[in-house]
Design a protein around this ligand. Structure first.
Ligand code: SF4
Ligand code: SF4
Length: 301
């Protein structure tokens, strides 16, 4: 059964038209700017939102593991004792306690997807599988892709392509569009900022291109990490030399939405304090001009 951390309706930025987006939990990368850190760990996790907490202590009374205590910052969970049973979530009247990550039967996911078919039909939309990293649960992903294919739904996979070639080969025939993040071309920097090297990712982008599958490249553009000319030129050159060009290319300017989610998880955003900032509009125009030199039109998402 797939482990998911969200299902979102009416998504407008995850492929063409109006889409339903299914978020797989678990990611092999750990990009320091990640805006969905609750999607990284491949198991359920408890979240706590201090500003929603009214201090009623119902969660403490409900916890069978004696894992909760009160501190000045609110309720504190002892991770050594918490079994993520969810009883505190049930007891909490304000949704200050939540669980991220639940196993869903494929039939239940398909029911949710089928409810959205009228919107997909009207808008030319479909289903998007993202994460986390959907390719980390390849059997469950392939099963859902096949089920959606039988209903003739447009299927998008939003992925880092950090996966084995064997896994990718099972997913390609059942996918109509790939949305692929291209973060850094230099593998040592990729390992440093994202937790893994990127040779396999670049080889997999080439495989998707050789298979003549439509793919969109999305570059999270972060001043201080990957917005330098050297990386932009190397990225544009790599894409220009592929057998088929990306369907489209989007820059996604940096934002720090991951901050508040790390606070809910009780973890730190960017613990080593790498300087990261939003590129200026001049810098975005400059980045677009670099890709234009290689015949690639880039937009800003
Ligand atoms: S999830 Fe269960 S074990 Fe963990 S704090 Fe809540 S009630 Fe206690
Ligand atoms: S039950 Fe919810 S609102 Fe009450 S103390 Fe616990 S977290 Fe806060």
């Amino acid at each position: 059964m797939p482990l998911l951390f969200d299902i979102k309706r009416y998504a407008l930025n995850d492929g063409p038209g109006i889409r339903i987006t299914v978020f797989f939990k678990g990611c092999p990368l750990s990009c320091i700017w990640c805006h969905n850190p609750e999607g990284i760990a491949p198991h359920p996790q408890k979240l706590y939102t201090a500003k929603r907490c009214i201090g009623c202590r119902s969660c403490i009374d409900a916890c069978p593991a004696y894992a909760l205590t009160v501190a000045t910052a609110g309720i504190v969970t002892n991770p050594m004792l918490c079994t993520v049973c969810g009883q505190c979530v049930e007891a909490c009247p304000t949704k200050a306690m939540e669980i991220s990550g639940r196993k869903y039967k494929a039939e239940k996911i398909m029911k949710e997807i089928e409810k959205e078919i009228p919107f997909m039909d009207q808008s030319g939309g479909g289903v998007t599988f993202c994460g986390g990293e959907p390719l980390m649960q390849p059997t469950a992903l392939a099963d859902l892709l096949v089920r959606c294919g039988r209903l003739d739904l447009h299927r998008t996979v939003d992925t880092s392509l950090y996966a084995s070639p064997a896994t990718l080969s099972t997913i390609i025939p059942e996918t109509d569009l790939f949305l692929v993040d291209l973060k850094l071309i230099d593998s040592a920097k990729h390992r440093y900022y994202c937790g893994a090297p990127n040779e396999g990712i670049l080889a997999n982008i080439r495989t998707v291109s050789e298979a003549r599958k439509p793919f969109t490249i999305r570059i999270p553009l972060i001043e201080g990490i990957n917005a330098d000319d050297e990386n932009l030129q190397a990225s544009a050159r790599f894409l220009a030399e592929l057998p088929t060009r990306p369907h489209s290319l989007q820059f996604l300017p940096y934002h720090d939405l991951g901050h508040s989610k790390h606070a809910k998880l009780g973890t730190l955003y960017n613990p080593d304090r790498h300087p990261m900032s939003v590129p200026s509009s001049d810098h975005l125009a400059h980045a677009r001009s670099i890709f234009a030199l290689y015949g690639i039109e880039a937009s800003v998402g």
